[in-house]
Design a protein around this ligand. Structure first.
Ligand code: B16
Ligand code: MG
Length: 220
């Protein structure tokens, strides 16, 4: 195992709650209500795809032009950016700081494969940007998760072949993306239908020793 590629939201920090607040406000402004169960479907999904799912939920898929949809997505993002301004290193999920340090000390490369265009600024706020050897720019991708493109791109940027990489995700679409890329997948609290190579309940269960052991077992 030469690299570990992280998802951001739900693995490094819990930004899902801010996405939820921002989308709820935007949806309410166009007469659509949704709850936390529906919000699960938006995890790991790009901004525009999330908007499409919300419009579909409210039966309003054909009510807006492309320009209007872009405006709606921008409004949501403006709200989201205001909310994430409050993020500090205290918002790192349990165990992530020590896990990143373990990886760095062992010279294992670290990548970010987040669908979020706000990823780099969130890493700065969490004060962990310097740990990352590469960050995939989601704006350059043709397809979002569950397509494997984002995890493949991270491996290409790191110049490491996919089967020497592990990917860590909290969303079903993300695990599908890692598996499709041919990497070892770690699922943090993922739904039952997801099929990670190693399933953990919380980020606090992530240690380099355990990860290496499960990685080796798969590659025997
Ligand atoms: P942005 P991840 C994803 O982050 C979120 O889970 C998803 O809810 C969000 O829509 C997406 O990023 C895009 O985020 O609007 O900031 O570009 O889980 O891939 O780290
Ligand atoms: Mg996620």
């Amino acid at each position: 195992m030469k690299a570990v590629i992280f998802d951001l939201d739900g693995v490094i920090t819990d930004t899902a709650k801010y996405h939820f607040i921002a989308w709820k406000k935007l949806a309410a402004s166009i007469g659509i209500q949704f709850d936390e169960t529906f919000n699960e479907q938006l995890k790991g999904i790009s901004r525009m795809d999330s908007l499409q799912r919300i419009l579909k939920l409210g039966n309003r898929l054909n009510d807006f032009t492309i320009e209007e949809k872009e405006k709606l997505a921008e409004q949501k993002n403006n709200e989201y950016v205001k909310l994430i301004a409050a993020i500090t290193p205290q918002d790192l999920l349990p165990g992530i700081a020590s896990f990143l340090k373990e990886l760095k000390d062992s010279k294992i490369k670290i990548g970010l494969a987040s669908a979020s265009k706000n990823g780099p600024s969130i890493l700065e706020r969490l004060q962990i940007a310097s740990y990352f050897d590469t960050i995939v720019d989601p704006g350059q991708l043709k397809k979002g998760k569950p397509d494997p493109e984002i995890f493949r791109a991270a491996a290409i940027q790191l110049k490491i072949i996919p089967n020497e990489c592990a990917g860590i995700e909290d969303a079903l679409a993300g695990i599908q993306s890692i598996n499709g890329a041919g990497m070892f997948s770690v699922g943090v609290g993922v739904p039952l239908e997801a099929q990670p190579d190693w399933r953990v309940k919380s980020t606090g269960d992530l240690t380099l020793g355990e990860l290496k052991m499960h990685f080796r077992q798969k590659n025997l």
